[in-house]
Write a protein that binds this ligand. Structure first.
Ligand code: ADP
Length: 331
């Protein structure tokens, strides 16, 4: 029997969400499923704001950043009333399967909905943070590394020209994936990530030792520290003033901010998005529900939604080791 499928994008937007929507639209068309897209994340479910998604919507879609369904946060959805309204609305439209593309917050939201709605729920990981267990990577993560890396390359040009110290803040909330990989791929001199941050006093003495070691060897040189957001007390201002107190002046802070979320998705994000979107449609109508589809060791997998935020995803050991070597190689 033909199924009715709905999809939404929620939480922080990520490059490749459109590529994933494209795969879902094409998959549903091939299988003869009806597909609608809710707008503005869970707000669309509450406000009954949806649009039909057909093959015409897919033209050039794979290469656009952002999401044609728009994304949003929705406080009302966290309440029982919000989720109940959404459940009634889904039942009224006759939806069998809801696909949620988003981060761990969106998956908590999807899980919350499952208490009030007995349709099938499938999550697809879309966030630049890569902080979701059960998948090696999330849609948008690779593009964000690329954006941060090329921004740091540019910072280095001016840092070298003036022999300055730059602090570059990258996104990542509670996880250092983006900071570590951006730092490694741009040959940054130091990285600060939540996974290895014990306290600011210990960290500052390590940084100062590193800078002074390098300067003793090479004279005044540029130095780039990549910092994951929300790690240093008082952010880049706090770190700059701590360095000042240790006699390290002329420190320039750069916050990369929302540019990291934008841009055309790189090939790896398009490929991940296309595979996961297609696989999610293949699961429509099957018994599995409240699951996320992800990719582990190049194979598509399904994991319970609750695993995605309860389980801790560690940084990749070999990347950490390479960064440690990079941080120590200069003196
Ligand atoms: P992300 O999906 O990128 O992690 P958020 O953490 O902002 O983004 O979550 C997106 C939305 O998911 C929230 O605005 C809210 O509507 C919903 N959500 C998050 N956590 C919960 C929760 N515990 N219960 C219900 N809904 C939630």
């Amino acid at each position: 029997m033909s199924k009715r499928v709905a999809v939404l994008t929620s939480g922080g937007d990520a490059p490749g969400m459109n590529a994933c929507l494209r795969a879902i639209i094409i998959g549903c068309q091939r299988q003869g499923f009806k597909l609608i897209g809710y707008k503005h994340g869970f707000n669309g479910l509450i406000n009954q704001e949806f649009i039909p998604l057909s093959l015409e919507s897919t033209h050039n879609l794979i290469q656009y950043g952002g999401t044609i369904l728009q994304s949003a946060r929705c406080e009302a959805f966290k309440t029982p009333e919000g989720a109940k309204t959404a459940a009634v609305n889904l039942a009224n439209v006759g939806i069998d399967t809801l696909i949620v593309i988003g981060g761990d917050g969106s998956f908590r939201g999807a899980n919350h909905l499952s208490q009030y709605w007995d349709g099938q729920i499938i999550g697809i990981p879309g966030t630049i943070d890569n902080d979701i267990a059960g998948t090696d990577a999330t849609i948008g993560y690779y593009t964000a590394i690329d954006t941060a890396m090329s921004s740091i390359d540019k910072v280095r040009d001016t840092a070298d020209a003036f022999e300055r110290l730059f602090l570059v803040e990258v996104m990542g909330r509670n996880a250092g994936f983006l900071a570590l990989n951006a730092a490694l791929s741009s040959a940054a001199d130091y990285v600060i990530v939540p996974e290895f941050f014990d306290n600011d006093k210990n960290e500052i003495s390590r940084i100062v030792k590193q800078i002074n070691g390098q300067r003793a060897l090479k004279g005044e040189v540029s130095f780039i520290i990549v910092v994951a957001e929300n790690v240093w007390p008082n952010g880049l201002t706090g770190l700059a003033s701590a360095l000042n107190k240790h006699g390290i002046k002329d420190v320039r802070p750069v916050t990369l901010g929302h540019v990291q979320r934008g841009g055309s998705p790189v090939a790896q994000d398009r490929l991940l998005a296309s595979s996961l979107g297609n696989h999610a449609v293949n699961l429509v109508g099957q018994a599995q529900t409240n699951i996320m589809v992800g990719e582990l060791n190049h194979r598509v997998v399904s994991v319970p939604l609750s695993d995605t935020w309860r389980k801790q995803k560690p940084l990749n050991d070999t990347r950490v080791a390479a960064m440690k070597t990079q941080m120590n190689e200069r003196y």
